[in-house]
Write a protein of this length. Structure first.
Length: 123
């Protein structure tokens, strides 16, 4: 039981706590995710949209391969000759060879056609 001369402990309103948690998640999504590997490739971290779409953004002016790391730790590579052109996208299946990937296209069209387990790669 609290002492009569002490005010009761303050509790943060639930709405404020939820807002802070959402802000923290939003800031984490904006954090840079590039690390340069010794072999000259760049590793990027795949992100997931609210709808569950897995996405990858190719850093500009890349000449070497890009390694994509998913949140579960799995990694796959996208060779530079298979990057989508700037402003375009490509659906990428991590377990298919580069030559068997679908062709690049308009991001607005491909966003609706990414199957489970595949990634939408932004050029």
């Amino acid at each position: 039981m609290p002492k009569p001369d002490m005010p009761p402990p303050r509790r943060a309103p639930r709405l404020a706590v939820a807002a802070l948690a959402a802000l923290a998640l939003g800031l984490a999504a904006c954090a840079p995710s590039l690390t340069v590997d010794v072999g000259g490739s760049v590793r990027v971290t795949a992100t997931s949209t609210s709808g569950g779409l897995l996405t990858v953004r190719i850093p500009g002016h890349r000449r070497g391969p890009v390694e994509v790391q998913h949140v579960d730790g799995s990694v796959f590579r996208i060779p530079p000759g298979h990057f989508p052109p700037p402003g375009a996208c490509r659906i990428w299946h991590p377990h298919r060879p580069p030559g068997q990937q679908p062709p690049p296209g308009a991001c607005s069209d491909l966003e609706r056609r990414v199957p489970p387990g595949a990634y939408l790669v932004y050029g």
